[in-house]
Write a protein of this length. Structure first.
Length: 130
C-alpha cells in the first residue's frame, strides 16, 4: 500500500475550502491506497498474520448508508470517523457550506425518495491471538 504524501499534505494545508472544488482528485488520491488495501481480503489477512493473529476469517459485507441530508452525513463524519472528523473540525465554520455542497453533489446519484442511500462495503475480520 503506497501513500500519496504530496496529496495528503496539500489536502491538510489547504483544507476543505479549496479542496472541495477538486474533492475527487485531492481527497480521492489521498485515500485511494488506504481504501484499496482495506478492501483487499488478502492484504488484511496478511496484516493480521504479521500482527500475530491466527484462525483468520474474512467476509465482505455490502450495505447502504442511509442519511436524510448532506448535513447529517457531515455530522456523522465529524462524530464517527477519526481522520475525516479531524479534517472537518479543523476547517473554519464558513467552510461547512462548501463541504456540504460537495457532499450533496457527490451523493446526488444516490438520492432516493427523500433520503440518500449510499452503497458501502467493508471487510469483517475475525481472528484469534495465540
Amino acid at each position: 500500500m503506497s501513500l500519496d504524501r504530496e496529496a495528503l499534505r496539500a489536502f491538510e494545508l489547504h483544507g476543505w475550502t479549496r479542496a472541495a472544488a477538486r474533492y475527487p482528485s485531492t481527497f480521492g488520491r489521498v485515500t485511494a491506497s488506504f481504501v484499496e488495501a482495506l478492501l483487499d481480503a488478502a492484504e488484511v489477512a496478511a496484516a493480521l498474520m504479521r500482527a500475530g493473529f491466527d484462525g483468520i476469517e474474512i467476509r465482505r459485507e455490502r450495505r447502504r448508508w442511509v442519511f436524510l441530508s448532506p448535513a447529517e452525513l457531515v455530522l456523522s463524519f465529524r462524530a464517527g470517523t477519526v481522520r475525516t472528523g479531524a479534517l472537518i473540525a479543523a476547517q473554519p465554520e464558513r467552510a461547512l457550506p462548501a463541504i456540504e455542497a460537495e457532499i450533496a453533489r457527490l451523493a446526488l446519484p444516490y438520492r432516493d425518495r427523500g433520503s440518500y442511500r449510499v452503497p458501502i462495503v467493508a471487510l469483517l475480520a475475525k481472528a484469534g491471538k495465540p
